[in-house]
Design a protein around this ligand. Structure first.
Ligand code: HPA
Length: 272
């Protein structure tokens, strides 16, 4: 991880901003509309930021959106980089490093995930209380840059307890049936087999997806506090007798759009 690249990207972004973002938002598949609610937005296309990963997939380009949301200065990633797209984990997590360099102290990560626990339903929002890295990969493999964090970062509170409490309080007040559980990271892009899902049930997974964990590992390495929210977009393979499709994932995230927006915004309002 090259500190100079991080600094260059951060300087480029800072020059364009009139606020200093305190909370970072990473918006998952189908959940990018949250960035459209940001007031006085400054939008910066990823491809213009020095050192940012270059998108090779057409129509997959994203942008940073910075401004205020619920009175909180934020910077949001509208679209993230996935390992399955062929980016290295250093590239996948580079934006988190840049957010830290911008002064971001708290990170809200969202994703669409398959329900592994049969008690979940498509359309549920799930507070991520912990994760299982099921990939054998780690974004911190390689020489450690001690200016960025320690060699062996603690992951016992990968998801900040105080932020989880805020999320529970907000859900209660909204009358939102917020589920809770453990998110499992698989690389994808193939969905799991039913046998793999039965295995994940046995090891304590509640939801499964193809993102979030590398960003959270790097955020913790950098000393940021994380809040994770999954939108359960489908039941994982084999739970219902039907094939999985990305269309279903996107359809479900569209259905929960309003409660997702309200929930994350109300949580944000209490995060400052
Ligand atoms: N498996 C993996 N990733 C996912 C799923 C799933 O079922 N749904 C949304 N992302």
């Amino acid at each position: 991880m090259n500190i100079q690249n991080i600094q260059e990207a951060a300087s480029y972004i800072t020059e364009k901003l009139s606020i200093s973002p305190k909370v970072g938002l990473i918006l998952g598949s189908g959940l990018g509309m949250l960035a459209d609610e940001i007031e006085n937005p400054v939008k910066i296309k990823y491809e213009t930021i020095p050192g940012f990963p270059v998108s090779t997939v057409e129509g997959h380009a994203g942008q940073l959106v910075s401004g205020t949301l619920m009175g909180v200065p934020v910077v949001a990633m509208q679209g993230r980089f996935h390992y399955y797209e062929g980016y290295g984990l250093e590239a996948v997590t580079f934006p988190v490093r840049v957010m830290k360099a911008l002064g971001v102290e708290k990170l809200v990560v969202t994703n669409a995930a398959g329900g592994v626990n049969p008690a979940l339903n498509p359309g549920d929002l799930m507070l991520i209380t912990d994760h299982i890295n099921n990939t054998g990969q780690d974004p911190l493999i390689g020489p450690n840059e001690s200016k960025l964090g320690v060699r062996f970062p603690d992951m016992s509170t990968a998801y900040d307890r105080a932020l989880q409490e805020v999320a529970r309080d907000v859900a209660k007040e909204m009358n939102l049936d917020l589920k809770e559980g453990v998110y499992v990271w698989n690389t994808g892009p193939s969905y799991e087999t039913p046998a793999e899902i039965r295995m994940l049930q046995k090891v304590g997974g509640d939801a499964v997806g193809m993102s979030t964990v590398p960003e959270v590992i790097v955020a913790r390495h950098a000393g940021m506090n994380c809040l994770g929210v999954s939108c359960i977009s489908n039941m994982a393979a084999g739970i219902l007798d039907q094939p999985l499709s990305h269309d279903e994932v996107i359809e479900t995230t569209e259905k929960v759009r309003d409660s997702f927006l309200r929930f994350v915004k109300d949580v944000l309002a209490r995060m400052s």
